[in-house]
Design a protein around this ligand. Sequence first.
Ligand code: MG
Length: 275
Amino acid sequence: MDFAAAASTPSLAGNPGRAPWVPPELRLVCLDIDDTLIDCTAAIRRTLYALTGRGDLWPLWDVITEEHVALVVAGELDYDVMHHRRTECFLAELGIVVEPVQVGAFEARRREILARSWRLFDDVLPCLEWLRAAGLQIAAVTNASGVHQRRKIAELGLSPFFDHVAIAGELGVAKPDPAMFRSVCLALQCAPGQAVHVGDKLDTDAIGARDAGLGAVWLDRDGTGQVGERAPAGVYTLSGLGELPELLVSEYATVGVPAQRATGTPAARVRGGVF
Ligand SMILES: [Mg+2]
């Protein structure tokens, strides 16, 4: 083999059968809600403390929630039944066995306190404002019950940002099922390859989105990826939404520097409101 005769760098001009790489077009950014936009974990911790006077019950609640949500995703329970059974199970784990009506009263009180505890992460409104200014469509893609999630989105002032809201409890399908992600692309008439999904769950959000053909971003706010869970190939990892614009600009062809932010944007209205 004559290495001296070989070109020192590959030349696309000398290989007309191979087109140059072109960055993909981006039209849609999908966002998970809980623990991506809304600090759900902190709200639940505060609520459990208010109900029990104990600050150590979050891990138990989280495990029970994971088990019960899995039953919903599998189609074995609807959200209303799941909420009641989850609370019943939580109380039983604490050694408290009560009548169904008392479980219902505890659950109602829990929801009441929780509804007053929702807060957006600080980086949410600037990010949503940037996405809007960049001319991108925005969708919420969330595994939750429709009634509660729509109320939460509205009360936190997020509704004006979304071109589409996809909620598992309304669709009968949940992340990571590709049908969930593709339903959003279909609703907004965009190919999966023209969309990116961002969420805090590596498996449900990022890997699910990647496997459905979307760009995939794992929002690792807690730094989990630094100590154990690692993102696989095809998944970007961010530690906050403030890093999202730079990622989109560097990886996609049609995302440029956003226009000057206008007054009267949804974020301006939220800031000027009760929050
Ligand atoms: Mg989430």
